[in-house]
Design a protein around this ligand. Structure first.
Ligand code: HEC
Length: 201
């Protein structure tokens, strides 16, 4: 007579393995779709739609959360031109593709990926070194197309090389960096400063 309990039978564990694998598989697919929706532009309040590049971007300290949170209010169209959602997506996508093609993360970090040779670019749009709102776009355009001629060393002695970026690509990159600056990254990179820092407590 077979007295082995159910859990000691091979058939039981085979069935369990099949079920656990099948359920995990379905769960992972569901979670993947959920994450994709949350991280896509406009998919959640943390990742704004691309047309956010028409807005003024600032950060303020939320004392309850004890971190800086985005404040997106008022119009500040990039290069003075308000873009609709499609136009904004095209420009940001051009920037993202240029970012990938030129391998900016060989030196920089963005949204947690990349290297630490050069400054983190996630909030580069807000960097106080762009002096003020009126100069920022012109300075960024000039810097990206000719970093050596517009050196902005932070005393590290490191220099960004000329990567042969066209004016159109530079505009795309700036749109891309303005968009990444709007993403609520839970206060990362740590201690980033903003152009309007004086408004922050
Ligand atoms: C070989 C390394 C290297 C690569 C590749 C590189 N950079 Fe840089 N970048 C630097 C260094 C170093 C600095 C800071 C020194 C300086 O100001 O000249 C810098 C500074 C910057 C700044 C100013 C940062 C700030 O917060 O003010 C921006 C914007 C920037 N880079 C964008 C880019 C983009 C976009 C790409 C890709 C198209 C890129 N970089 C590729 C090395 C690099």
């Amino acid at each position: 007579m077979n007295t082995a309990p159910l859990w000691a039978s091979e058939a039981f564990w085979k069935k369990t393995a099949v079920w656990v694998t099948a359920v995990s598989f379905v769960l992972l697919i569901a979670l993947t779709f959920d994450s994709m929706a949350r991280v896509s532009a406009g998919g959640s309040e943390r990742v704004p739609a691309y047309s956010v590049i028409n807005k003024k971007i600032d950060y303020r300290l939320d004392s309850k959360l004890n971190r800086f949170v985005p404040v997106i209010e008022g119009d500040a169209p990039l290069f003075g031109k308000t873009l609709n959602e499609d136009e904004a997506e095209r420009l940001v996508t051009l920037g993202k593709k240029t970012f990938q093609a030129k391998n900016c993360i060989n030196c920089h970090t963005i949204l947690g990926n990349g290297a630490y040779y050069a400054p983190d670019l996630t909030k580069a749009w807000l960097d106080p070194n762009w002096v003020d709102e009126t100069n920022r776009e012109t300075l960024m355009l000039a810097f990206l197309q000719d970093p050596a001629g517009n050196a902005r060393s932070y005393g590290t002695g490191r220099r960004m090389p000329n990567l042969g970026i066209t004016e159109e690509e530079a505009r795309g990159l700036i749109a891309f960096l303005k968009w990444t600056a709007t993403i609520d990254t839970n206060g990362f990179p740590h201690n980033f400063k903003t152009l309007y820092a004086q408004e922050n407590p």
